[in-house]
Design a binder for this molecule. Sequence first.
Ligand code: DQA
Length: 141
Amino acid sequence: MKILVINGPNLNMLGIREPGIYGDRSFSALENFIKESAAELGVEVSLFQSNHEGEIVDVIQSAYGVFYGIVINPAAYTHTSVAILDALKAVGIPTVEVHLSDINSREEFRRFSYISLAAKKTICGKGFDGYREALEYLCME
Ligand code: DQA
């Protein structure tokens, strides 16, 4: 079972970026956490991070027929990207949306997620653990 994990813009700045909100652990610590979680669950993961909307659309399209599931933290594109929503709908791959922070208890503009319209589940406010929960959910699908 192969799962594609996509992280969107500015998540590569974890550890430096607003540590009061996102914590002080780095992006490579997050990637290691995801790899370790996947190994424990017996799933194969492929990790992708981009700051560019079109690249995220491209990787979702190329997941068709290759990946069983997608875990995506679209970051700021969560709240703006019809293109990422449409790509997820186009491929129809079971998707779990993850956010490190609780987007419902922050600014008003973070409450709406285009991605939720295509995701089977949204996990937010659980930090790194949210990614593990997303992998577990897809394993049980
Ligand atoms: C985020 C929440 C988004 O609103 C924000 O733009 C991010 C990160 C999170 O993981 O909490 O970049 O997706």
